[in-house]
Ligand binder design. Structure first.
Ligand SMILES: Cc1cc2nc3c(=O)[nH]c(=O)nc-3n(C[C@H](O)[C@H](O)[C@H](O)COP(=O)(O)OP(=O)(O)OC[C@H]3O[C@@H](n4cnc5c(N)ncnc54)[C@H](O)[C@@H]3O)c2cc1C
Length: 263
């Protein structure tokens, strides 16, 4: 029997516009069955339920200092959280939300001498935190619609890419053409699901990387006429790990669960 996942209530203490497509929410007064504790995994996420809703959406913990938890929310055309966080004429400051307990996926092998991070705007909070909390030489490819100078730690080796259109992504083709460093390393990537599926295939079939050398996560699904199901990655993650599945098998199962299919 699995224990019921812990939940925390929190208040939106502040809301700040980071860039035209990115809004920062500072959550405070966290209350739960026990104190909120970070996993310490730099790409950790929480599930967020906004007032009047019951469906979760997942957001990276940009930072947690023991009293304030920061998430950066991408503002896109329509969606449950995006509209709640940033609709004209309403302000979510002061509202009470629910958070699920944090989980993380990043697992750089100790032998890694370099790292590559690739992602779109939804991956920026995780990439910023990974850069802050790790110290191997790292190259970053960031596909973002806004000028985010200063968002990543100073000195980050970043290639900025423009998305092909509003709410679209094409990072997969970039990864397929990059030069890879020699030796053992770690590749982390997150963003639009179909781009991530293409890259998983590329890493497995063309580059033949061992599954411990990369993490590729579908964070959202673009071009959908039907919304993806909100599926908690937590149980899929735990079940996959207990069954000895690799990270990418687990994330592929997560993508399939959101689309209502079997992997
Ligand atoms: C582990 C994890 C960590 C994540 N971390 C972050 C994070 O830190 N910040 C963040 O903003 N997102 C993050 N995401 C992605 C976020 O959960 C999704 O983008 C989510 O769908 C947004 O919810 P919504 O209610 O705004 O839109 P939904 O109601 O879920 O979707 C409505 C429609 O909007 C489209 N859509 C959804 N997201 C986007 C997008 N980003 N750009 C363009 N169109 C979109 C979809 O096609 C969908 O049909 C993360 C996801 C995961 C799994």
């Amino acid at each position: 029997m699995t224990a019921r996942a812990r939940e925390y209530a929190a208040t939106v203490a502040r809301r700040e516009q980071v860039s035209p497509h990115l809004v920062r929410l500072v959550l405070a007064d966290l209350e739960g069955p026990d104190p909120f504790v970070s996993t310490g995994i730099p790409d950790e996420w929480v599930g967020l339920v906004v007032p009047g809703q019951f469906q979760l959406r997942y957001y990276t913990v940009r930072s947690w200092d023991g009293s304030e938890l920061v998430i950066d929310v991408v503002v896109h055309e329509e969606g449950l959280v995006t509209e709640w966080a940033w609709s004209s004429g309403r302000d979510c400051t002061g509202e009470r939300v629910t958070l699920s307990e944090p989980k993380g996926s990043f697992a750089m092998p100790e032998s890694a001498t370099w790292m590559m991070l690739v992602g779109d705007l939804t991956a920026m909070p995780a990439m910023a935190r990974i850069l802050r909390e790790t110290d191997v030489p790292t190259r970053v490819w960031a596909e973002v619609p806004d000028d985010l100078t200063g968002y990543l730690p100073e000195g980050a080796d970043v290639t900025w890419l423009a998305p092909p259109g509003e709410g679209q992504s094409a990072v997969a083709s970039v990864v397929e053409s990059v030069d890879w460093p020699e030796g053992d390393g770690y590749f982390w990537m997150a963003g639009e699901s179909s781009q991530m599926r293409a890259i998983r295939k590329h890493l497995m079939r063309e580059r033949r990387l061992p599954s411990t050398a990369y993490d590729v996560m579908g964070y959202w699904r673009g071009g959908a006429t039907r919304q993806p199901r909100a599926v908690d990655p937590g149980p899929i993650w735990r079940e996959g790990q207990a069954a000895g599945r690799s990270d990418e098998e687990i994330w592929a199962a997560y993508d399939a669960a959101r689309e209502g299919a079997t992997p």
